[in-house]
Design a protein around this ligand. Sequence first.
Ligand code: F6R
Length: 630
Amino acid sequence: MCGIVGYVGRSSNGEHIGHNALDVVMEGLRRLEYRGYDSAGVAVLADGEISFRKKSGKLSNLITELDEHPLPESLTGIGHTRWATHGGPTDQNAHPHLADGGKLALIHNGIIENFAELKLELVRKGVTFLSETDTEVAAALLADIFRTKLNGDVSDGGLTKAMQLACQRLEGAFTLLAVHADQPDVVVAARRNSPLVVGLGDGENFLGSDVSGFIDYTRRAVELGQDQIVTITADTVEITDFFGAPAQGKEYHVDWDPESAEKGGFSSFMEKEIHDQPDAVAQTLLGRSDIHGKLTLDELRVDVELLKDIDKIIVLACGTSFYAGQVAKYALEHWCRIATEVELSHEFRYRDPIVDGNTLVVSISQSGETMDTLMAVRYAKEQGAKTLSICNTNGSTIPRESDAVLYTHAGPEIAVASTKAFLAQITAAYLLGLYLAQLRGNIFQGQIKDILADLGKIPAKIQRILENEEQIKELGRSMADAKSVLFLGRHVGFPVAMEGALKLKELAYIHAEGFAAGELKHGPIALIEEGQPVFVVVPSPRGRDSLHSKVVSNIQEVRARGAKTIVIAEEGDEAVKAYAEHVFYIPEAPTLLAPLLATVPLQIFALELAQAKGYDVDQPRNLAKSVTVE
Ligand code: F6R
């Protein structure tokens, strides 16, 4: 999830009447920095040449670079703020990427799934690459098409045609913006499964990942459809599909203020991130399997023979990431038949754990900087374990120090309490589990394909929950005075219950506990008194029947003692209705995948309740996003 901006302004009779492109682009990047801050870069066109600057780190590093090495005044420019996926957050991997002997500059948001095969093809043609990115491959492909197929002819929309042909060859999700020195008054952009909006000005036009990229200049925006290409000049906006057929965008007026535009119109980053979850899961799945359902995790950079010999997995994590690990345990053991322990990172190295060369230590961390987890990983390495990091932050310390890494592609998480990273972590852990099962032959390839297909349906199902969120929001608002809320779950529903309780503690400062439903009778049931709210995550009645009926019995037990029960159940589960004050239905999913759905209503509940109490949900008291102390 990167941020992109494009701009073309006009000069009249040699007089510059538009804005300076660099000013527009930098202002847009400042507003889009929430989308990624690993590196930033800009390119402008002046005097028939492309000039660019790019720098790793936050936008402030680029600003310093521009102060020291200014760019010329210009009417055409593009800018990028990066959330690294392919290649670490270095100067070299920062965008723009140049091709065609420095005459073409390209920026990109998304993941190009077939970049490896395209790169091979281009290398065979003699192209050399300076970075590790898929973006540079797209730039080289565009340049190659422009030169070899169109003979560099710009008389009839050369760059637009080249972009159409290039997009026909690209797979994955991408927004691309390109400029060429031979067509200095044009920015060409393409979009597939990745955001792009056009801003309409008077004698100037804009492009942005979202409207915050140009909100300081215009409120007139055009929404593009999937698989469309847009060519902007100062006075024109032309849209086509990938094959050159004319297409239409939908014009609308932006009535958000700049601050809410950054949050996509939501009241908080947390709300936005909860709504980002279909995308976070989809992006994490993207490019990880081929059409035959074979997982291709070459990015792990690890000797597969070592993985085949693993006889134990230890998952290390803290907080929400720890609960993701607990969900993962069920899948890892079921699919790979490898004994799996899940341990809080800060407890791990103080208990003399049994670890050897056949142990795979999987750390899970959104930030990749959590000191407790880092120390635990270092300790595991010292003991001879193989270490693999599931992480959302490219280039952070934990993945750098691990033997292997599987990145989640949730995009930056700004709200302190974790939401979308949790679902992305579970998704990545499932991919790892299926990959190990594939390597070791634990399950048939056909089954892996079926599970991947089920995973592929999860984003749309999350979207359905989000579209019906009003019922759970209303409950959240109505419970603003609650003093304590309990959460029960069983099997994979148990960590979901604990995550539901954690969200409520963090956001609403309400006492909340998550329990394994079966454990209730061993003590916690003493907490139940008249009116005590209890959430129950009910497993699918289509799964192992005993599990469903046991949880229904648990609901009856707490209800008999006066609890007010709120049930999360699968659509069609009529049996639970009789025992619940409120039932929230989630779409059907295989048992192991259900946490990706059941968590969502609990997040929305905590958010809404906290907001009803007037709390700052993005920065809850006493918490920090990245806990870099032990
Ligand atoms: C809870 C939350 C924390 C983090 C924990 C680990 O909402 O955000 O519990 O999950 O501090 O952080 P990472 O995943 O960055 O290692």
